[in-house]
Ligand binder design. Structure first.
Ligand SMILES: [Zn+2]
Ligand SMILES: [Zn+2]
Length: 340
């Protein structure tokens, strides 16, 4: 096959055509698309701010402003794009974004080059997905690109198991729940109105969740640790505390139960893993699993696929695509250095 117009550099930066990068910086590329705010996609954001035009969804921009509180709101090279609205770039290509279902603001990226070829990057994505981009060439996230990454339970089941264990453990004291950004808001959504105790968060996390609430998610009153209601709940040991990025969860809880929510595949039919009476893990995931990833690729219509081999399982996934998807040719990303 002719070499694709898309690739991934060694540091995880995705290249679409010759002027546009996603989730990273390299010299000589005037445009960057930010697919979402997870740390492993934020590489060299500050440098990009200085040198590139930065495109992202409205929601991602708001989350970044809530987190960084900095000059972002006033910069004219931070350019929010509404879902599905085409944006013409100065090199004659056209950019547009569709939601990827992974967290608030997360997107799939479509870049139509001046010659009409459509390049895309899935970003981190969930499956099933309502609106799948249509592209010729695709860079696909390979987080669950390994054939053993198959879930035998639905995310609804994972959510019910979470609610069950939280309600049960609240009888013995406080419950402490830790999850990634985006997932912690889903946890809140599951608990909302169902636990009968205050839900406590840090002031930082409250700021982030407020952005979700502005977009209609996770409607629930939260108490910060410092508020009078928060202090009372802490004394009475009757509360749920949520932890996300930057919130330290001490090595040991003096009382209460710890529940970690993560995409980790517990290799069983049960999304709940028990470590002890006071420690659990629930496999809550905002990522498509292996079969979901293949179904997504088919839905994009891409005939040339580059699997992201910088983060995870790119080789396994490329092999599986070539074996299982008729008419689709896949290679792992080269992970080369950016041109200098
Ligand atoms: Zn992510
Ligand atoms: Zn990721």
């Amino acid at each position: 096959m002719v070499s694709p117009l898309v690739d991934v550099f060694f540091n995880g930066t995705v290249r679409l055509g010759s002027n546009t990068l996603c989730d990273g910086y390299a010299y000589g590329f005037p445009f960057r698309v930010q697919t979402h705010i997870h740390d492993d996609h934020m590489g060299e954001f500050n440098r990009s701010k200085g040198f590139q035009d930065l495109f992202m969804s409205q929601e991602t921009r708001k989350l970044l402003i809530a987190e960084r509180n900095a000059d972002l709101a006033y910069r004219d090279n931070i350019i929010p794009i509404s879902w599905g609205v085409e944006r013409n770039l100065e090199d004659g290509s056209t950019l547009f974004l569709l939601p990827s279902g992974h967290m608030l603001g997360s997107c799939q990226v479509v870049l139509e080059l001046p010659n009409g070829i459509r390049c895309g990057y899935s970003g981190d994505f969930a499956w099933p997905l309502e609106d799948v981009m249509q592209v010729d060439q695709l860079v696909v996230d390979s987080t669950y690109g390994n054939p053993s990454s198959v879930r035998r339970y639905s995310q609804d089941e994972a959510e019910s198991r979470l609610l069950e264990i939280v309600s049960q453990r609240l009888r013995y004291g406080s419950v402490h729940i830790k999850a990634h950004r985006g997932t912690i808001e889903r946890v809140l959504h599951v608990l909302a109105g169902n636990v009968g105790v205050p839900i406590l968060v840090s002031a930082e996390l409250k700021r982030e969740i407020t952005v979700y609430q502005d977009h209609g998610f996770a409607a629930e009153t939260l108490e910060t640790l410092e508020s009078p209601a928060g202090k009372l709940a802490l004394r009475e040991r009757s509360y749920v505390r949520l932890y996300s990025k930057g919130d330290a969860l001490g090595n040991e809880l003096s009382e209460g139960t710890c529940v970690t929510c993560s995409a980790y595949m517990v290799n069983s039919d049960d999304p709940l893993l028990k470590f002890s009476e006071r420690a659990y893990r629930v496999a809550l995931s905002n990522h498509a699993d292996f079969e979901g990833t293949l179904a997504y690729i088919v839905a994009t219509g891409a005939k040339q696929v580059v699997t992201d081999n910088t983060r995870n399982h790119g080789i396994d996934l490329a092999m599986a695509i070539n074996r299982r998807l008729k008419g689709v040719h896949a290679i792992p990303s080269t992970n080369c250095s950016p041109p200098v």
